[in-house]
Every structure is written in C-alpha cells, then in structure tokens.
Design a protein. Structure first.
Length: 125
C-alpha cells in the first residue's frame, strides 16, 4: 500500500518562496551590518593616519596643552574675575566653540561651582 503524500508546511513554503524570489533575510542584513562595521573601522584608521580632526573629538587649544580639562580652564577664568565675567569674555579667552562653552557653563552651574550674577555674567560661588 503506498504511503500518503504529506503536504509541505507553511514555514517551508514561505522559506522556499523567499529563497527563490531573492528577498533579503535577517542573516543577510546581519552580514551587511558586519561588513559596514569593518568599512567604518578602515575609514577611521585612514582618517587618523591623515591627521584629520574628528568632528566629535574635543578640540584642544593652547590652554589645554598643560593637561587641564576644559571645565577646569573655564572655572579658573571665572575665578580670576571676582566681580563676574561675561560669556563673550570667556569665549575670547578660551577660543572654545559656543556650544562647547555653553555646555561647560551649564555643567558647572549644575555642580554648584558657578552662578549667574545676571544674564550672561558668571561668577564663582
């Protein structure tokens, strides 16, 4: 007596369809992501070798060459001016970008190391 023929499962039919229609699978995406990671590493190495500044790195100026942090530099400049110092004066003395300087001043304020005497004028607590 011949065996009854089994019908293929739904999963097997979907898998067969995806393979023959050349749809990307999760494994294909994972391989692609791995290749992109390798390429990004090579690009980083090439940019480091060419001594190009990174956009996300902290830019160092003459004041930071002594090994002091950017926050320490800003805090020392504010300490030197007992009556208070304006944002523009701090920026001109440090040559930091405006966004970086605003972030530093915000952090120093949160740490209760400096206070606003008035808008745009900072002093040590």
């Amino acid at each position: 007596m011949p065996k009854p023929k089994l019908s293929p499962s739904f999963d097997a039919m979907i898998k067969f369809f995806l393979q023959h229609a050349n749809f990307a699978t999760k494994q294909d995406f994972n391989k692609l992501i791995d290749k992109i990671d390798v390429l990004e590493k090579h690009i980083r190495k090439l940019s480091e070798n060419k001594n190009q500044p990174k956009t996300h790195s902290i830019t160092k100026n003459k004041l930071q060459e002594k090994g002091e942090s950017a926050s320490g530099i800003v805090l020392n400049i504010i300490k030197e001016n007992k009556a208070g110092i304006s944002f523009a004066d701090i920026k001109s003395k440090t040559n930091f970008e405006e966004k970086k300087l605003r972030n530093i001043i915000y952090r120093l304020g949160k740490l209760k190391k400096i206070t606003h005497k008035e808008r745009g004028l900072y002093r040590v607590i």
